[in-house]
Structures are given as C-alpha cells and as structure tokens.
Design a protein around this ligand. Structure first.
Ligand SMILES: [Zn+2]
Length: 70
C-alpha cells in the first residue's frame, strides 16, 4: 500500500486537474498544499477518494498512470 494525496492546487498540469500523487512524488514536486488521502491499495482507489474532495481529480501520469485520464 502506498500513501496518496490530492493537490489542492489545480494549476500545475496541462489539464488543470486536481492531481493525485503518491506522497513521495508530491514531495519531489514540492507540493505544499494537499489533502492527505491516506494509504490506498491502488491509485484507482486513491482517485475515488480524491473525487469526494474534487470532482475533477485525476491521477498523475507519472506516479499514478493506471488512474490517469488526462
Ligand atoms: Zn505524481
């Protein structure tokens, strides 16, 4: 299981989505404002949780490719 977050900012990606990242990738990207999604079995599950906060939540293409729609 990995820990996931959803970015509270939606301005750092081409589609202006609220992106779901692993906590490791969020740290690399220096994302400072995020909502913690806790530990999830998969990025798909993390995205479902993220959608309860942001309707447009999408998986990061790099760390959550299974959940990435673009
Ligand atoms: Zn990511």
């Amino acid at each position: 299981m990995k820990r996931y977050i959803v970015n509270n900012e939606n301005t750092f990606n081409p589609g202006n989505h609220h992106e779901v990242h692993t906590i490791e990738h969020a740290t690399q990207l220096r994302i400072s404002s995020y909502t913690d999604l806790g530990y999830c079995n998969s990025s798909i599950e993390a995205k479902k949780k993220a959608k309860t906060y942001y309707w447009d939540a999408d998986g990061c293409a790099i760390c959550c490719p299974e959940a990435h729609e673009g």
